[in-house]
Design a protein around this ligand. Structure first.
Ligand code: PAF
Length: 283
């Protein structure tokens, strides 16, 4: 496996088709391993699989965990080798942005809900760095996890609207045995927070199995579940949105997404579940 740190060298590199990119911020866990393995399958034996490892400063807001974000590059490389990556792109912290960089990419519709209002500027940072990675690596396919469902939708929209010749592939969320979605931020949790954090998945399942079309009724159930089972959790948002537009909906009458963000101490955890209109309730 090759490691490239130099941005110019990455830009000059040409992979074998299909080239598949898995963008990450490192601190890789079993969820990322799944993304990389999925990438390997998409690249096939002859294609090139690139994993980028870069903690992108522009997607963190003031007071967020950019400084503390876990960095574990040696372990990341071991996981990448194990999961079949051909190349890891690991630019140094200051190398991705010119000090006077003044061009960014902003998505202005799908980012109006969920993490958009809670993390102002976050998706501009994500879109900008991913656009840069697309230009440097020139992948045919890029893989993103469904845990960050809104991010996946926003990046699909970016690729469509800016004509990036790349297919955006979504990969399923990998979970701990109690249902907690794997995340680099889970390591911030103490034992009690970790135990309570399993309530997020349980609450979202309650929203999904509820057959009432009324989104507010389903969300009330979800909130009760978190309040009962996770008193240390502070709900940032609980919403049911249209899966295409990410706009909040009142009735679950189309493909929808129930999504949650809950803070436990300094960990802000997100998760979601796809829900489809219940056929029997439509009759
Ligand atoms: O999902 C992430 O880890 C990041 O948002 C991404 C896509 C690697 C951009 O920095």
């Amino acid at each position: 496996m090759t490691i490239i740190e130099d941005v110019g060298e990455m830009g000059a590199w040409r992979g074998a088709a299909p080239t598949v990119l898995v963008p990450t911020m490192g601190a890789l866990h079993a969820g990322h391993e799944e993304l990389v393995r999925h990438g390997r399958t998409l690249a096939g034996p002859r294609g090139s699989l690139v994993v980028s490892v870069f903690v992108n400063p522009t997607q963190f807001g003031p007071g967020e965990d950019f400084g503390d974000y876990p960095r574990a590059f040696a372990d990341d490389c071991a996981l990448c080798v194990r999961a079949g990556a051909d190349l890891v792109f690991h630019p140094p912290a200051g190398a991705m942005y010119h000090p006077d960089a003044s061009v960014t990419v902003a998505e202005t519709s799908l980012t109006r809900t969920l993490c958009g209002p809670s993390r102002p500027g976050h998706f501009d940072g994500v879109c900008t760095v991913v656009a840069k990675l697309f230009n440097l690596v020139r992948p045919d396919v890029a893989v993103f996890g469904k845990k960050d469902y809104q991010q996946l939708a926003v990046l699909r929209r970016m690729a469509r609207d800016l004509n990036f010749p790349v297919e955006i592939a979504g990969a399923e969320t990998v979970r701990e045995p109690d249902g907690l979605a794997m995340s680099s931020r889970n390591r911030y949790l103490d034992d009690e927070e970790r135990r309570q954090a399993a309530a997020i998945r349980k609450a979202l399942l309650a929203a999904a199995y509820d057959t009432r079309p009324d989104a507010a009724a389903r969300l009330a159930l979800t909130r009760q579940c978190i309040e009962r089972e996770a008193p240390r959790g502070e709900i940032d948002y609980l919403q049911i949105v249209d899966r295409e537009t990410m706009a909040a909906i009142d009735e679950v009458d189309r493909p929808a997404l129930a999504a949650a963000a809950v803070r436990f101490g300094r960990a802000r955890l997100i998760d979601n579940i796809e829900i489809d209109p219940c056929v029997s309730s439509n009759r």
